[in-house]
Design a protein around this ligand. Structure first.
Ligand SMILES: C[S@@+](CC[C@H](N)C(=O)[O-])C[C@H]1O[C@@H](n2cnc3c(N)ncnc32)[C@H](O)[C@@H]1O
Length: 326
């Protein structure tokens, strides 16, 4: 199978660098909508507009020692991590509309600090845990393969579209009462049940080389994860801010799903990757693992249907939908 990891040529870096913004003073929303800002968040925190964000997605460095192309985040105590969060998180909140939602990523090392700090400023509504099935096993500890997503809102008024994020799962034991199917349907390729999602997500795949969304960013989030958040907690046309944009996943998913976006990332290479992905999203709007307005269980989108779709889209001259087998 071909390695589909996205890379950048020197010419592409020159092209995409020209599209990036930098802020040097207070800025209007219209000046930054659908842009990536290549700057340190701390330099522009006070320049972002007030009350312009419907959905804030925060994927800050976790409390781990990790290098992001030249910048190394050093692991610290839980208390020190909480102090670091306090240096920027409260200052971002004035950018939120009263109806805004906020999602914050973490793992078991940072989650306690996140909960403590978030509760001071926002209404914490849930903690989603998702299975991160990647990485080596450990002989001296349990392998770490879960991450958290803290779901908060700015007030009691917020968007939550449960219908838009239903999960389609294979039915293992098809239950019937008096010949009637209980909550499942017989389809062309098998038996499926549509369910409302819980706060435990096991249908995600961390991007890797055979996936079209993959880049060399060390902590890239799956587009499918962002699609759930965007569809549940925003409406078409809403604005989504990601101040730790990385390879651009949030902006790309926002664009594919008809939302506006603003991203901030201090590394030029990652910003250019984000711009390249945004340019590709002009043509290809598919999100691996999300089709026919439902989220499919891992490895379950019927390959038959996929093969037919690919053939049809090639006939129409469109880019074929990427294989969903993960
Ligand atoms: C965990 S990664 C985000 C990954 C992203 N969600 C994706 O899907 O690619 C955090 C990112 O924040 C960036 N970053 C860290 N501190 C920053 C700061 N002070 N200002 C702007 N960007 C920062 C890092 O360069 C890194 O790319």
């Amino acid at each position: 199978m071909r390695n589909k990891t996205l890379t950048l040529t020197e010419d592409e870096i020159a092209l995409y660098e020209g599209k990036l913004k930098r802020l040097s003073g207070p800025t209007l929303a219209a000046e930054i909508i659908n842009k990536s800002i290549n700057q340190d968040l701390f330099e522009l925190l006070d320049y972002l507009p007030d009350s312009f964000v419907d959905l804030l997605f925060l994927d800050p460095p976790y409390n781990l020692t990790k290098a992001f192309r030249g910048h190394t985040f050093k692991q610290r105590s839980l208390e020190e991590y909480a102090v670091w969060l306090e240096t920027w998180l409260p200052r971002l909140l004035r950018t939120l509309k009263e109806t805004a939602s906020v999602y914050v990523c973490g793992d078991w090392r940072s989650s306690a600090a996140l909960h403590q700090v978030l509760e001071k400023y926002l209404i914490v509504r849930n903690r989603v845990t998702w299975e991160r099935e990647k990485g080596r096993g450990s002989r001296v500890n349990w392998k770490n393969c879960s991450e958290d997503l803290w779901f908060c809102t700015a007030s009691e008024r917020y968007t939550f579209n449960a219908e838009a994020v239903k999960l389609k799962r294979r039915v293992i034991a098809p239950y019937q009462v008096a010949g009637e199917r209980k909550g499942w349907a017989e389809e062309e390729e098998g038996r499926y049940r549509l369910t409302y999602p819980s706060n435990l997500w096991t249908d995600l795949t961390i991007p890797f080389w055979s996936m079209a969304e993959n880049t060399d960013h060390p902590t890239q989030k799956p587009e499918k994860l962002l699609a759930k958040i965007v569809l549940a907690s925003s409406a078409r046309g809403d604005l989504i801010l990601d101040p730790f944009l990385g390879s651009g996943t949030t902006s790309v998913v926002a664009k594919k799903l008809g939302r506006s976006y603003v991203g901030v990332e201090r590394d030029l290479h990652y910003c250019c990757l984000a711009e390249k992905r945004l340019a590709l999203a002009e043509e290809v709007k598919t999100i691996q693992g999300y089709a026919e307005e439902v989220f499919w269980e891992r490895n379950s989108f019927p390959s038959l249907r996929h093969a037919r779709r690919s053939a049809e889209s090639q006939t129409l001259g469109k880019a074929p939908q990427e294989a969903m087998d993960e």
